[in-house]
Structure formats: C-alpha cells, structure tokens
Design a protein around this ligand. Structure first.
Ligand code: PNS
Length: 168
C-alpha cells in the first residue's frame, strides 16, 4: 500500500530561529505526521550563525518532539521536498507585507511541481513583528530579546553580541 503519511517541509534560513518559527513548527507538528525543518545551506557570507549552529539550536529546541526532524538542504527546495517525499511546504505569514514574496515562491514551486502544495500558517499574534533580522539587530545593540527567541538562541546571541561589542 502507498505511504499515506503527510510529510511537510518547513524551509528557511533560521539565522537564528525565533519564537515565531517555533510557533509555526509546533502548529505544523500537530497538523502533519512529520514536519522536516529544512535549513538552507547556501553560503551566505552575512549569516551570523553557520549551518551547523542553526541545526544544533533547532535540534535542541525540538528534542522532545518526535515528529519534528531538522535537516539541511541546498539547491532547489522543490527537489529537496520530492526527495523527502513531502506533500506539503509550510511557510509562515506574519503580515500582508510577507504575502507578495510568499505568493511568488508558492506559485513558482507549484510551476516546478504541481503535486506539492504550499500551506501558509499564521504565528501567534505576539510574534507577528518578530524576524531573525530584527532580533539580531536588537541583540547586537544590547536590547532585550527575551521572549522573542528560545533560551538557547538567546544565550548564543548574547555571546555573539558581546564578542562583537568587545571587538569595536
Ligand atoms: O527564511 P527565508 O530566508 O525566508 O527562506 C527562504 C527559502 C529558503 C524558503 C527560499 O529562499 C528557498 O526556497 N530557497 C531555495 C532555492 C529555491 O528553491 N528557489 C526557488 C524558490 S521559488
């Protein structure tokens, strides 16, 4: 019999993971049999955390969730989703401003593979303004990021920000 399990891929940069990402993954873990958090490996010179660090933070955060897997991918997302036999790509939508880019990506991915559906999920309201970029900026400038990122991310960001401040 064909495997009927619902596998979702949740792709992203996760530099670093925020509580908004965590919220979406937890929602996805309830909806799907398995959710694969897929960290993009494309070398981004401006990234704060390397792929290994992002994966290790995510694995620590989801160690108690047996149907959440953390993996890496490079190249085309749709090829990765096919390899993982995923039927769904999950993306979070925080605000209308996210929509245009997300719709383009969803339709391009559908053009590349019509049988993999993109599902948009909204995070809890308290995370609608939270982004990895702003969290990094606030942390680097010494502001509070408590409650915006998981504790493991907060402590690693603090370490990075302190190193940064000492250097300048
Ligand atoms: O967290 P991000 O940076 O918004 O995630 C963007 C991501 C990784 C989902 C997107 O850049 C992506 O899918 N990259 C893989 C390359 C690819 O498949 N490009 C065509 C997508 S339409």
């Amino acid at each position: 019999m064909a495997d009927q399990s619902r596998v979702a891929v949740y792709p992203g940069s996760f530099d670093p993971p925020t509580n908004g990402h965590v919220d979406i993954i937890e929602r996805g873990a309830k909806l799907f049999d398995r959710i694969v958090v897929a960290v993009l490996t494309n070398a981004d010179k401006k990234a704060l955390f390397d792929t290994v660090e992002r994966v290790s933070m995510l694995r620590e955060i989801f160690s108690g969730h047996p149907n959440v897997e953390v993996d890496t991918f490079g190249g085309l997302l749709i090829e990765y989703a096919r390899r993982r036999r995923a039927n769904v790509i999950v993306r979070g939508l925080r605000a209308v401003s996210d929509f245009e880019y997300e719709m383009q990506m969803a339709l391009m991915n559908r053009h590349l593979s019509a049988d993999i559906e993109t599902v948009f999920m909204m995070p809890a309201e308290q995370y609608t303004y939270v982004s990895s970029r702003l969290v990094k900026e606030v942390a680097a400038l010494g502001g509070s990021i408590t409650g915006l990122v998981p504790p493991v991310v907060e402590s690693r960001l603090r370490d990075r920000s302190l190193v940064h401040q000492r250097r300048v």
